[in-house]
Design a binder for this molecule. Structure first.
Ligand SMILES: Nc1ncnc2c1ncn2[C@@H]1O[C@H](COP(=O)(O)OP(=O)(O)OP(=O)(O)O)[C@@H](O)[C@H]1O
Length: 859
């Protein structure tokens, strides 16, 4: 056995090996130690290997899913080695000592789950593959629980943004690749070949050309190749459901990088959970598929005005008709998750219950179609979805006739094929039923004949049917002419067989075996029908999910008076009475009121500098506007009285000096790297929020950087921008930057107490309230009064010298400074041209920076 185990162990690679032994999956050696620690189960030992006891632990097969889920969540991957023959077959093959053959039947990994118990209903589970081909990056992503697949090509510096959008739970890359992101799994480079990718896709979808699905680049196909090869590997040759791939072209989605996603807390709060995130505050979907679609929409809002308008039109239609909305939501709520049921069916792990779910979901779709069909003219998006809900008449009819109303998850016991579907199966069931009745009659007869009132006919898996009497009445049945044969003596009871009983029992067993086989054959046929219709079923699932999203968005809007945004081309951002959905909900829970605020950016007034006290609501204001843009371009209503939004191509959100130590960069470094990305990428169509950029370093450096960044955003990027800052000195920028204006969050000191109004006012902040906030926060009065003394002194000094910003008025304008600097930089430019950035390690890059800095200082 050890040799077999070790061979399988080798094959399992870095996965834990679940080794099937009877009713248990056993783990040995280091696997056992690791799993026992994660699962908190006892670690035992068995036999010896190389002179030491072998550590072992095990989990029962019937409850293995729960254990698997915990291991996967802890970051493990698991290889399942099943017995591929019965002990009887092994004996026949190799004698009484023969070892049962085992083989790894599949690998269970975070990105390749289909089991209902292992998946979260409201979250997609994505597996992604990334590779590089001639300088550009191919990305393939799929959710095998529903079969959705997407291909994308992007530039090397966009890969982390693309991956952040996809949110994969598992990522595979070529094993020799410098760009390997953390935690990615290396796979043979030959898997990532565009020809094999193309050939696999053609084979899966039975087409001679992929043109019908879209235009795929070589890099996309190479990534698809890597993805499919990995799926083939983990499924041991059995591929899961894969729908025709969709191209995601860059530019069709609002671009957001990883830092922006994290800081806007779109799908996850900064604490890591869904609670406190945007989606948590917005999601009113009544189905898991709807919630997954909404997450997708919020991760990749649109940039196409017509597509946004179509989604908004549907939300508005459902918003206005509350009755219809309630009706639809009620109907959708009752529908099973057909996308995921289909995923299990195609993956070969479907159960009779999954088929029942397909029947119920598809017939529910047909009913909705009928209901909506009576509504007259429909919004364009809905009209396009209608045909996808209508079909499947034959399939629904077949499944309705074939299956019982609530089919079981296990098919081993049969009983899921409905009566009346197959006459011969009904006949077999009748025979078994008759025999069961005959056995009940036999019990009465035997009692009569023997005079033993306590006689019973029982059944167990070892003996089958038998007659049991208490020990003291056994004598009568032991008589040779009694017609009973002794089978077993128990404490206090004796068990017997009888010819008539045996005959009836055989009849039951035979009919049972035949009917099980008949049901099994029907099951396979029904599975085949579902598999053949997989693309159409997936389209129905997608249509239902889209309707659920729209109805949920309408519901959310109706709940709190959200409004339909007006999406326009000109780069403005006019939000009237805007609110932050998450902060508002948190305040409402404490019975506090959220103060709505306006935002009015236009090409003539596109950069707002916002000052005011800590805790005054600056960050909240910045984010609420970014979230409103995001929600609007995702095609939903927004938390505002009115909103006119000029289409945004890229959205950036930066918070000064947030901790990112996990990545090994100092906080200030992170802040600057992220700011650099904005300055490099923001266009005139972008919207940027900068929250106290520069605060991560000394006051002078911070002010200088904040000043320069604000100027660059104003002069060079020319994007819409909200810039929150503590530096009063920045107010002087308003003198030179004509599209920049000053604003502040208002506060009052009343009877020595600070009152934060959370209201945005025009003009610069009148003063700092740092000390008042410190008092509010419970800093001891003594410390606050000492700080006050220091502040008075500093302020006196400032009055004399002109303060931090003294002399800044003489600074040449940003554009003029640029021109002067360009001349001086020629030598630097030359040197930089020669640098191969990809070939530099971070350390070398830093050294080079120092060197260049030294050179400029010497100029
Ligand atoms: N518009 C608002 N209406 C009501 N309460 C608000 C509003 N905006 C913010 N708040 C409350 O004030 C708290 C602080 O807000 P926020 O973090 O936006 O302030 P800030 O000015 O950015 O502070 P800091 O400068 O310390 O980062 C929020 O958690 C919320 O409870």
């Amino acid at each position: 056995m050890m040799a077999q185990y070790l061979a399988l162990r080798e094959e399992a690679g870095d996965c834990l090996l679940f080794y099937r032994m009877g009713d248990f999956f056993e783990l040995f050696f280091e696997d056992a130690q690791k799993a026992a620690a994660i699962l908190d189960i006892s670690l035992t030992s068995r036999g010896e290997h190389a002179g030491a006891p072998i550590p072992m632990c095990g989990v029962p097969v019937h409850s293995a899913e729960g254990y698997l889920a915990r291991l996967i969540r802890a970051g493990c991957r698991v290889a399942i080695a099943e017995q591929t023959e019965s002990p009887a077959e092994a004996k026949k093959r190799g004698g009484s000592k023969a070892l049962v053959a085992r083989d790894i039947v599949r690998f269970v990994t975070a990105g390749t789950l289909t089991e209902e118990a292992l998946l979260e209903p409201r979250r997609a589970n994505v597996l992604a593959a990334v590779c590089e081909l001639r300088g550009s990056i191919g990305l393939a992503a799929c959710d095998i629980s529903t079969g959705r697949m997407e291909l994308e090509e992007c530039a090397a510096d966009q890969v982390s943004a693309a991956l952040a959008r996809v949110g994969a739970s598992e990522l595979v890359v070529p094993e020799v690749w410098e760009g390997t992101p953390d935690g990615a799994i290396g796979r043979p480079s030959r898997d990532f070949a565009s020809e094999t990718g193309e050939a696999s896709l053609k084979a899966i979808h039975g087409v001679g050309t992929l043109d019908g699905f879209g235009m795929f680049s070589r890099a996309m196909l190479a990534a698809a190749g890597g993805l499919i090869a990995y799926l083939d590997h983990v499924g041991r040759g059995k591929l899961p459901l894969l729908l025709p791939p969709e191209v995601r072209s860059s530019g069709t989605a609002l671009a957001m990088d990883e830092a922006t996603r994290a800081s806007l807390e779109i799908l996850q709060s900064s604490q890591g959970g869904r609670k406190g995130s945007l989606i948590d505050a917005v999601d009113r979907c009544v189905t898991g598929a709807g919630a997954r679609q909404l997450a997708d929409d919020l991760s990749a809002p649109l940039t196409d005005r017509i597509a946004i308008a179509e989604r908004l039109e549907l939300v508005a239609w459902l918003y206005e008709d509350a009755l219809l909305r309630e009706d639809l939501r009620g109907a959708l709520r009752a529908l099973p998750d057909i996308g995921r049921a289909l995923g299990r069916v195609v993956a070969g792990r479907g159960s009779p219950r999954d088929l029942g779910q397909l029947r119920d979901g598809l017939s529910g779709g047909r009913r909705l179609h009928e209901r909506l069909g009576r509504k007259g003219e429909l919004p364009a998006l809905l009209a396009r979805l209608m045909p996808a809900m209508a079909g499947h008449g034959a399939l629904v009819d077949l499944f309705s006739r074939a299956l019982v109303s609530a089919p079981p998850t296990e098919r081993g016991q049969g009983g899921y094929i409905a009566e009346g579907y197959d006459a011969s199966l009904d006949e077999l069931r009748k025979t078994a039923g008759n025999a069961r009745r005959a056995i009940a009659a036999l019990e009465a007869k035997y009692r009569d004949e023997t005079g033993v009132a306590a006689l019973k006919i029982k059944h167990n898996n070892v003996l089958g049917y038998f007659v049991e009497v208490p020990q003291r009445h056994a004598d009568k049945l032991l008589l040779p002419e009694s017609g009973f044969t002794h089978r077993q003596t128990m404490a206090g009871a004796m068990r017997f067989n009888a010819l008539a009983l045996h005959e009836e029992a055989s009849r039951i067993a035979e009919a049972g075996a035949h009917s099980l086989a008949a049901e099994e054959a029907h099951f396979e046929e029904l599975i085949g029908t579902a598999v053949a219709a997989r693309n159409a079923i997936a389209a129905t699932a997608a249509a239902l999910a889209r309707i659920d999203v729209a109805a949920g968005q309408a519901e959310r809007a109706a709940e709190s008076g959200w409004s339909r945004p007006d999406i326009v081309e000109e780069p403005c951002l006019e939000i009237e009475g805007g609110r932050h959905p998450v902060v508002e909900a948190a305040l409402a829970a404490q019975r506090e009121r959220f103060v709505a605020n306006d935002c009015r950016l236009s090409p003539q007034d596109r950069l707002w500098l916002i000052g005011g006290p800590n805790m005054g609501g600056k960050s909240t204001f910045l984010r609420q506007n970014a979230l409103i843009v995001l929600l609007a371009q995702a095609g939903g209503f927004v938390p505002a009285q009115a909103a006119k939004i000029g289409l945004v191509d890229r959205l950036f959100s930066r918070v000064g000096a947030s901790d990112n130590l996990a990545r090994g960069r100092s906080t200030f470094m992170v802040e600057m790297v992220e700011t650099a990305a904005i300055l490099a990428q923001a266009t005139e169509r972008s919207f940027v929020i900068l929250d106290e950029v520069g605060r991560g370093t000394s006051t002078y450096d911070g002010l200088a950087l904040a000043w320069a960044v604000a100027e660059a955003v104003h002069e060079t990027n020319r994007c819409r921008c909200l810039f929150a800052t503590h530096y009063h000195e920045l107010a002087r920028l308003a003198e030179t930057c004509d599209a920049l204006s000053l604003h502040h969050v208002r506060a009052r000191e009343w009877k020595g107490e600070l009152v934060l109004l959370h209201e945005l006012g025009e003009g610069p902040a009148d003063r700092s309230y740092g000390l008042a906030v410190a008092r509010l926060a419970g800093v001891p009065a003594k410390v606050v009064s000492r700080a006050k003394a220091v502040l008075d002194k500093l302020e006196k000094g400032r009055a004399q010298t002109g303060g931090l910003a003294a002399g800044l008025g003489d600074l040449p304008l940003f554009a003029a400074a640029e021109a002067a600097r360009e001349e001086a930089c020629d030598t630097l430019r030359e040197r930089l041209k020669d640098v191969d950035v990809d070939a530099l390690s971070p350390r070398e890059a830093l050294e080079l920076l120092y060197e260049l800095k030294r050179e400029t200082a010497a100029d």
